[in-house]
Write a protein that binds this ligand. Structure first.
Ligand code: CP3
Length: 341
């Protein structure tokens, strides 16, 4: 079995496996060249191209897993929430969801294998090419809801919290629809060949632990409960380490953590019965190689060779990073962890 899947199962590995969130993207010259020719959405919807960029990232970096090239927002289309990707301002929701009437207009359920068949085709094609495991993924209900409600990225999430606090019934109705769609989307990806899945709750850190437990945890839990236990599930959140115990309760075999807490402290809080993924600050990739290696070693020392650690950044790789540095990171993690785990 691959080192990545062994680590997902908290089995000892020969070395610490690593992959990098957003490992296929604009920091790669080849990706930028391809994007001169095709739009981001076209890239997502063309299985041969999605396969090409997924495999290229694995080959260039030497990482231990691939992640299918797609986006967390794609599932909004079959839910009847329109969006577009702009080149300068990121994704934009055409009519942000602010009212109970708009929530009524969101689809009750989706046929993920049909309406998102291009993702499943990309997974099937990529599985044939890839020599390491392939990760499928989806956005978590809170992160997707916040995008749909704010209309795009936000620093404060005031519209999201306003709806959540002012109309809990509508909030729960929306989160229920999103959770059902996300669960069926992830199951369709597993059926198509995804060997692990990651749920991205990238923006959940803006909540307090008690609000997370009340407004988010029950919904996210329905997703993990619906997934087959045979496929490892990674539950990623950023911005607020105080949420990790509640995120663990919601589910996931591995919790994906950011750099705001150390690996050893996260493990002492969360206990032995969960794996950890992370957690180097992505900004370290902008530092000189010696500093980059030192920061990576610090993460490895904090994990102390304990089974169940998957090396990653604490959040996605930045467009300003370089392929050479990212490759140096992967090689260093492999060399420095060899036979120590
Ligand atoms: O990790 C990978 O290599 C797989 C591909 C992947 C993308 N998006 C491709 C992408 C994954 C796993 C995502 C997840 C995603 N998408 C998240 C969660 C991860 C995180 O970083 O927190 C979020 C919040 C989104 C929504 C999204 N998509 C934003 C905010 C943006 C614009 C900002 C940005 O970073 O460009 C996108 C567009 C996007 N998704 C790009 C890529 C490679 C850039 C599009 C381009 O080519 O111009």
């Amino acid at each position: 079995m691959s080192v990545f899947l062994q680590a997902c199962r908290r089995e000892p590995t020969e070395y610490t496996p690593i992959w990098i969130m957003r490992q296929a993207g604009r920091y790669q010259p080849e990706y930028r060249a391809l994007r001169e020719k095709v739009s981001f959405i076209e890239l997502c919807k063309t299985p041969e191209l999605a396969c090409e960029v997924t495999v290229r990232a694995v080959d260039q970096l030497g990482v231990d897993a691939g992640i299918i090239f797609a986006d967390i927002l794609l599932v909004l289309e079959p839910l009847h929430i329109g969006f577009e990707f702009t080149d300068d301002a990121g994704p934009k929701i055409l009519s942000p969801i602010r009212t109970a009437r708009q929530i009524d207009g969101v689809a009750e359920s989706i046929d993920a294998a049909g309406s998102l068949s291009y993702v499943m085709d990309a997974i099937r094609t990529t599985r044939k090419e890839l020599k390491v495991p392939l990760i499928g993924f989806a956005g978590a209900p809170f992160t997707l809801a916040s995008y749909a409600i704010e209309g795009g990225g936000s620093k404060t999430y005031h519209e999201t919290k306003k709806l959540m606090y002012a109309d809990e019934g509508s909030w729960n109705a929306f989160m229920t629809k999103l959770s059902g769609a996300i669960a069926s989307y992830l199951i369709a990806q597993i059926d198509a060949g995804a060997q692990a899945v990651q749920l991205f709750d990238s923006w959940v850190g803006c909540l307090s632990p008690s609000d997370y437990r009340r407004y988010v945890l029950p919904h996210t839990k329905t997703i993990f409960d619906a997934l087959p236990k045979s496929v490892p599930a990674i539950h990623f959140g950023t911005g607020n380490p105080a949420l990790y115990p509640a995120m663990k309760e919601a589910g996931g075999d591995i919790i994906g953590i950011d750099w705001r807490i150390s690996i050893d402290e996260a493990w002492s809080v969360l206990g032995n019965d969960v794996g950890l993924q992370g957690n180097m600050d992505p900004a370290a990739l902008l530092a000189p190689t010696e500093v980059l290696r030192a920061r990576a070693s610090e993460v490895l020392e904090s994990a102390a060779g304990r089974p169940g650690h998957i090396f990653n950044l604490g959040h996605g790789i930045m467009p300003e990073a370089s392929v050479a540095r990212a490759r140096a990171l992967v090689d260093h993690v492999h060399d420095a962890s060899l036979n120590k785990s």
